[in-house]
Write a protein that binds this ligand. Structure first.
Ligand code: ADP
Ligand code: MG
Length: 718
């Protein structure tokens, strides 16, 4: 029952005012009381089907035509002359008369349409059923029959399984009647009163069937009434309680404190070996991490920073603290290329002082065996790898710091799998010990998501770029500007620079319906033969073997290839400072955050860099408009907020969890303010009563016990 009552309208329609035919305005949806003059079925030979047309008039004898391009069941029988109806729809002028195509009809509202003549044959109920005409009252504005569909603000529901909004309206009305007095209220009175929210039952009723004339329809449409607000707030509050309580529970877990002896000293020693000075934000993030590591409960931290903001250095230095004190640390990256790049960076920084191992699908058997032996023996080291790290046989003896790079590329279970390799029983203290956990992402997460799905993580932000970075000039290009852009690119290439061309798919036949997409393979050949015959074009895609990819990437790094045609495998991590141009074909197919990440492939050296977003000629203006966000800003956080508005949370949650947010009525974009308020309230509540012992919190405790386990699966970490 509760589920049914919480199936809320997606919109409303104001049918509280009934107009006359004269008052109808073309294109403006309205309701009008009518009496049927005649109804006829017309068979069209051309189309081979029935039309249905009704002539009707209002109280002042103005006529209107109602038209259906099919024959609604039973209508030809039902629409007898004299029948009283209310028609709702969007009228238009046709052949000098008003007509409404496919109006919604409510039968039996024969209210004062023709006051002098009673309807001769009062009809039975409408499709909702059960309503029998009694006697038509006289006042035109007070329809006596089926009050659900006319004479009020009516709810519009999303049709489910062909059940129309009209039928749903009836079902919900009945459900509300049946549930009167039985809907419990989970929101403690203290909180409800503080925010001035009505009781649950009133809210549910007013959301389905608004009665308050003081509330403008626009507030209803915007989900901004106190009734909507309360339910939205309550959803957020419950979710935040869940998230924060989990955080409290995690804080009760035990972890090995790191950095108290030699660790932090070693970090500053290694920091001096870096070829650059940490930026302020890198510094602050590192300090936040080191502070977490000193604790006896596990760190759960997310480092967010745009592509190129220098997250690797922060991760490598953090690892030093653990390894210097005899622990093992691991970094898992989504691709081999990226894992290898990290390994190179680590070796550069660590020299011979700290062992670094690389574990990927490519690692040779003998070496693989050797690395596994060292990990299980507990050698203090850094291991960097791909998914190969989470395979069954990989065992650690003292994995105390787990790091996930480009975390959104992994599923919850994968991250969890690596983390679990660090859980072990410490015989000395007789307790289960958990590893510290650090996730890195170059896709900044909108603040609302950081408070919900990522709410159990602490967040460090790196907003500041290393010094000397030049802004990347970005242009959205339609077919017209294409040749000019290519001319420009040619100049860059002849000046010694390199370029990426990114395509969404490897092969045009890869996915059905995407046939029209140019394949990277075909395009590479074309670019080589026709566009840049004097330069060398290389191809990189996800279906190539690891060593083939490696070879191409190395050639590009060494400038043996000037143009790299690629699918999105280059999206993450690779660093080629001499590349100054990136072109994205079919840019309209990508999310803004993803494009922003791709763009981060360039602008890594001392030369000015450029990004060309080629959108398909058929792309809508709205889509091109969306792309221009990238022309205007290079702030990943701003871009992620825009992306959230346009594409929804799925863009950030990864394919596995897209659309899996548990909110029935709340919306992360629309209801940000309520989220922040609910978050504050949840923090406050947990401060007063962390174990929900107070009687006023009993309902919430019951809720968390009931739903908590179900919903916690939606959190990004576990
Ligand atoms: P990301 O955050 O995308 O992982 P990286 O860690 O790969 O970025 O860093 C990008 C580049 O910036 C690397 O070449 C790195 O050596 C360089 N870098 C990192 N931090 C600094 C800094 N503080 N000053 C100058 N260069 C830096
Ligand atoms: Mg990185």
């Amino acid at each position: 029952m509760r589920d049914l009552l919480f199936f809320f309208p997606r919109a409303y329609e104001d049918r509280s005012k009934i107009v006359t035919v004269d008052e109808l305005q073309e294109g403006v949806k309205a309701s009008v009381h009518l009496e049927v003059v005649s109804g006829r079925k017309i068979f069209t030979r051309a189309k081979g089907r029935n039309l249905f047309e009704v002539n009707a008039r209002d109280g002042s004898n103005r006529t209107i035509v109602l038209k259906w391009f099919y024959l609604p069941k039973g209508y030809d029988q039902k629409f007898q002359p004299g029948l009283s109806i209310t028609a709702t729809g969007t009228p238009k002028q046709y052949m000098g008369r008003m007509e409404i195509i496919h109006p919604e009809i409510t039968f039996g509202t024969g209210v004062g349409v023709l006051p002098q003549a009673q309807s001769p044959s009062p009809p039975k109920a409408g499709p909702g059923g059960g309503v029998v005409i009694k006697k038509a009252p006289a006042a035109p504005a007070a329809p006596a029959e089926d009050p659900l569909h006319v004479g009020r603000v009516v709810p519009i529901y999303t049709e489910i399984d062909g059940v129309t909004t009209r039928v749903l309206r009836r079902i919900l009305w009945d459900a509300l009647e049946a549930s009167k007095g039985s809907l419990g209220d989970d929101l403690p009175a203290r909180i409800r009163e503080k925010h001035g929210y009505p009781l649950l039952e009133e809210c549910v009723r007013e959301i389905h069937f608004p009665t308050k004339e003081s509330i403008p329809i626009q507030s209803l449409l915007d989900f901004e009434t106190p009734y909507h607000s309360r339910l939205i707030f309550e959803e957020f509050l419950k979710f935040e309680l869940l998230v924060l309580r989990r955080r409290l529970q995690m804080e009760k877990e035990i972890a090995a404190p790191i950095g108290l002896t030699t660790g932090e000293k070693s970090v500053s020693d290694f920091e001096k070996l870096l070829p650059f000075k940490l930026t302020g934000d890198q510094r602050r993030s590192l300090d936040e991490i080191l502070k977490d590591l000193r604790e006896t409960h596990p760190m759960n931290r997310l480092v967010q920073g745009d592509v190129g903001s220098g997250k690797t250095a922060v991760a490598l230095l953090s690892a030093v603290a653990a390894i210097a004190e005899g622990h093992q640390a691991a970094i898992m990256a989504p691709t081999e290329i990226l894992a290898e790049q990290h390994q190179k960076n680590a070796k550069k920084l660590y020299g011979d002082r700290i062992p670094v191992y690389l574990l990927t699908g490519k690692t040779k058997t003998a070496e693989h065996r050797e690395i596994l032996a060292k990990l299980s023996a507990g050698e203090p080291c850094l291991v960097i790898g791909t998914h190969a790290l989470i395979e069954e046989p990989v065992k650690f003896r003292s994995l105390s710091l787990v790091m996930i790079d480009e975390q959104h590329r992994f599923g919850v279970e994968q991250r969890k799998a690596l983390k679990e390799k660090g859980i072990h029983l410490d015989r000395e203290i007789g307790r289960v010990v958990h590893p510290h956990f650090l996730v890195l992402t170059a896709t900044p997460i909108p603040r609302t998501l950081a408070l919900t799905v990522y709410g159990d993580l602490s967040v460090s932000l790196i907003r500041e770029m290393p010094p000397g970075r030049m802004p990347i000039k970005t242009h959205v290009i339609k077919s017209a500007g294409r040749s000019k852009a290519l001319e420009f690119i040619r100049k860059e290439l002849h000046a010694g620079r390199q370029a990426y061309f990114i395509f969404p798919l490897v092969d045009a036949s890869e996915a059905e319906g995407f046939q029209s997409l140019k394949s990277a393979t075909v395009a590479a050949a074309q670019l080589q033969q026709e566009t840049f015959p004097d330069l060398k074009v290389g191809l990189l895609h996800g279906q190539m073997k690891g060593d083939e990819k490696e070879a191409v990437m190395t050639q590009f790094k060494n400038n043996e290839i000037q143009i790299l045609v690629s699918t999105t495998v280059v999206e993450v991590g690779v660093d080629v400072p001499n590349a100054t141009v990136i072109c994205v074909e079919h840019a309209e197919r990508f999310g803004l955050s993803q494009l922003h990440q791709l763009r981060g492939r360039v602008g890594r050296g001392q030369h000015a860099s450029f990004c060309f977003l080629f959108s398909h000629p058929n792309t809508s203006e709205a889509t091109d408009e969306r792309l221009t966000v990238l022309e205007k800003t290079s702030d990943g956080f701003e871009i992620s907020e825009a992306d959230l508005k346009i594409r929804g949370p799925g863009e950030f949650l990864g394919t596995r969890q897209s659309g899996a947010l548990p909110f029935k009525i709340a919306d992360l974009v629309r209801d940000q303010k309520l989220l922040f308020a609910a978050r504050d309230e949840a923090l406050e509540l947990l401060k007063i009563d962390p174990d929900f012992k107070l009687p006023e919190h009993r309902t919430l405790r019951d809720y968390l016990e009931r739903e908590g386990a179900l919903q916690s699966g939606l959190l990004k970490t576990s």
